[in-house]
Design a protein around this ligand. Structure first.
Ligand SMILES: [Zn+2]
Length: 174
């Protein structure tokens, strides 16, 4: 089976969150734990998904899942292109765009976004390998809502890691 891969920009986003939150010493400990000390991660290059997991597992192990969610949110809000685009767009366009942004950043999985009224359902299949991934997605969706300056709430309604066919998140906004 081919190894799942992710764009360096996403891993770098998580790494930047670690440095911003826990400083140079935190970053050093995280990179050592994730075995990323020797690697210069480039934004546009694809890397094994397990490298991203190394970072978020370090976060959950030391600070809890709550911080994985914060890291996902921070990463989405600071991915340059997305953050730039969103200043000129509605939440509906943003969520539609999120789907193509996913495929630009990840070479696996399947994402669907169904929007109706003030509610959207994000269906994500084969996107998570560990619970930390699911938590990161939740934060990422929260970040998208925040970027559009809407008040909203993201709820996890299904999880593939818990036996469902796919992971599913419901996004509701005012
Ligand atoms: Zn899940």
């Amino acid at each position: 089976m081919a190894e799942n891969k992710v764009r360096g920009s996403v891993i770098n986003g998580y790494i930047k969150f670690v440095e911003k939150t826990w400083g140079k010493e935190g970053l050093r400990r995280c990179l050592a734990d994730a075995k990323l000390t020797e690697i210069q991660i480039k934004d546009g290059v694809l890397y094994p998904y397990i490298m991203e997991q190394g970072v978020i597992k370090w976060i959950s192990k030391n600070y809890g899942m709550e911080y994985v969610r914060k890291a996902g949110k921070h990463t989405v809000k600071n991915l340059g292109l997305l953050a730039y685009l969103v200043r000129f767009t509605s939440i509906e366009t943003m969520l539609e765009k999120a789907k193509s942004s996913y495929y630009e950043a990840y070479d696996f999985g399947k994402v669907e976004m169904h929007i109706s009224g003030n509610r959207a359902v994000a269906t994500m299949k084969d996107v998570s390998e560990v619970p930390e991934n699911c938590e990161g997605w939740m934060g990422a969706l929260e970040g998208l809502v925040e970027l559009t300056r809407k008040k909203g709430r993201v709820t996890k309604t299904k999880c593939q890691l818990k036996g469902d066919d796919h992971c599913e998140y419901e996004i509701v906004w005012e």
